[in-house]
Design a protein around this ligand. Structure first.
Ligand code: NDP
Length: 480
């Protein structure tokens, strides 16, 4: 069976302990490769190699860094099919999604930050004829980047690309559930000519490898995307060490559909925002609030269209939903359907595991699920499910829907559907969210700030925000 390797100091190596964890293909339920079960020693080796590479990489001209990272982006594009197939096999997502979103966006992240660094400038503050201040933005050192399984290479590259482009070195850990494309990326880093030690990828379990990166004294920066509970654990470790922290955490995003929306567009996009990637995108809208005047019409059309979605082999062209990422995740998602029923909800469609035939018979498939009849403040409507399960609720007024939308501890994203521009501005301003989409969803401009409020995170990624995070400002004041 194929053994994935760590990428440390420019080489693909086995974990020091020589022990491995099974890597499952969620669409078949079979183990198809082995992941290094790395530990603190592997992390320490990676940190040492990143430390050794830092002085040279941070002084390498940004033009040269840019060329190498653009080459990496081009290599990802050249390997689109191979990477997309690997991502779908590892994660269970439809191949067409990997081909059109995950892998192209991973390449775009490298391109964006490789070119962005050429345009990044710092500030100067003149004090009339007394003095001038200028601010240096200096790379910090070894950055720890820890990413989740839902958009594996895409979110991995979203952190690594800005950290490297601005002159840091990196020790990164992809999710142990979906390590494969990060492994393939190591090969491309070597081909692109990334100097040894600049990027190090250590595979393994979160509580071993992730925790070792977080607490390592020579890693002053941690950029983490994942669940809120893990985020708080990381914060507990990192805060007393005064590490710089960026936390992109969970969400429970509201989707607010007013009477005056463009009905067909709202319906079509809501299907997408509910069930894309099997609902496993932190930005998916999982609480759908529909204004009373169109509630019944919307509900009927929504259920009817969702029933036509095909849950199937991720490699079939016509599959709309593939497998969820793991057996334990499938069980967690389905347990929320049981909870919803206990809380008085009615399952309008779905709510069950889907059993496919042939190779897929042991895969982790769930029917897209819509639940009605729940109060806005029940657990099903307050906790993150992170699967193909949404709730639908009627509302009457703007005030009422804002109260319900803002009632959770999360505040990542929200979607608003209305043709009334004033209403759109009003509602967007009052929503507790880091990102609000009006009459669209998942439209991303890489320059915009990305992140959440409340328990959805601390800090912002995206655009030059990422360069600000991955540098320390130093103000120099010169008396004239
Ligand atoms: P987890 O929090 O379980 O894991 C995220 C990463 O952290 C994984 O690499 C994991 O490793 C690692 N990890 C686990 N425990 C520790 C630890 N003690 N110390 C350091 N690292 C650790 O999240 P999931 O992978 O389950 O991802 C789903 C979550 O991510 C959802 O809550 C979702 O909302 C959120 N998310 C947020 C986004 C945002 O931008 N705000 C975007 C995408 C997802 P391992 O997998 O090996 O355990």
């Amino acid at each position: 069976m194929e053994k994935i390797k760590n990428y440390i100091n420019g080489e693909m190596i086995n974990p020091i302990s020589n022990t491995y964890i099974d890597n499952y293909n969620p669409s078949t339920g079979e183990v198809y490769s082995l992941i290094p079960d790395s530990n603190e020693e592997d992390v320490d080796l990676a940190v040492k190699s990143a430390q050794a590479a830092f002085p040279t990489w941070s002084k390498t001209s940004k033009e040269k860094r840019s060329i190498i990272l653009q080459k990496l982006a081009t290599l990802i594009e050249d390997n689109l099919d191979r990477f997309a197939e690997a991502e779908s096999k590892d994660n269970g997502k439809p191949l067409k999604l990997s081909k059109t979103v995950d892998i192209p966006r991973a390449a775009a992240n490298f391109n964006f930050y490789a070119t962005g660094v050429l345009h990044y400038a710092s500030e100067a503050h003149a004090m009339e004829d007394m003095a001038i201040n200028y601010t240096l933005r200096e790379p910090i050192g070894v950055c720890g980047c820890i990413s989740p399984w839902n958009l594996p290479l895409y979110l991995f590259s979203w952190k690594i690309a800005p950290a490297l482009a601005i002159g840091n070195t990196v020790v990164a850990k992809p999710s142990e559930v979906t390590p494969y494309t990060a492994y393939l990326l190591s090969e491309l880093c070597i081909e692109a000519g990334l100097p040894k030690g600049v990027l190090n990828i250590v595979h393994g379990l979160g509580h071993k490898v992730g925790a070792a990166i977080t607490k390592h004294p020579d890693v002053p920066v941690i950029s983490f995307t994942g669940g809120t509970i893990t985020g708080s654990e990381i914060a507990r470790t990192a805060a007393p060490m005064f590490k710089k922290l960026s936390l992109e955490l969970g969400g429970k995003n509201p989707n607010i559909i007013f009477d005056d929306c463009d009905f067909d567009k709202a319906l079509k996009t809501t299907i997408h925002s509910s069930f894309a990637n099997q609902g496993q995108i932190c930005l998916c809208g999982s609480r759908i609030f529909v204004q009373r005047g169109i509630y019944e019409k919307f509900k009927t059309a929504f259920v009817e269209k969702v029933e036509r979605l095909k849950v199937g082999n991720p490699f079939d062209e016509d599959s709309n939903l593939g497998a969820v990422v793991s057996q334990s995740h499938m069980e967690k998602v389905l347990s929320y359907v049981t909870l919803a029923e206990e809380e008085g909800g009615t399952v309008l469609t779905g709510g069950n595991q889907v059993h496919l035939d042939g190779d897929q018979k042991n895969g982790y498939y769930i029917a897209p699920t819509i639940i009605e009849g729940l109060s806005f403040d029940c657990r099903t409507n307050q906790e993150e499910i992170f699967g193909p399960v949404v709730t639908i609720m009627p509302f009457d007024t703007e005030e009422e829907v804002l109260m319900m939308a803002n009632s959770t501890k999360y505040g990542l994203a929200a979607t608003v559907w209305t043709q009334d521009v004033t209403k759109a501005h009003n509602v967007a301003a009052k929503l507790h969210a880091g990102i609000v989409w009006v009459n669209c969803w998942l439209l991303r401009d890489l320059r915009t700030p990305f992140g959440g409020v409340k328990n959805s995170g601390v800090g912002r990624e995206g655009g030059f925000n990422a360069f600000e995070f991955f540098t320390e400002p130093k103000n120099v004041c010169i008396k004239l």
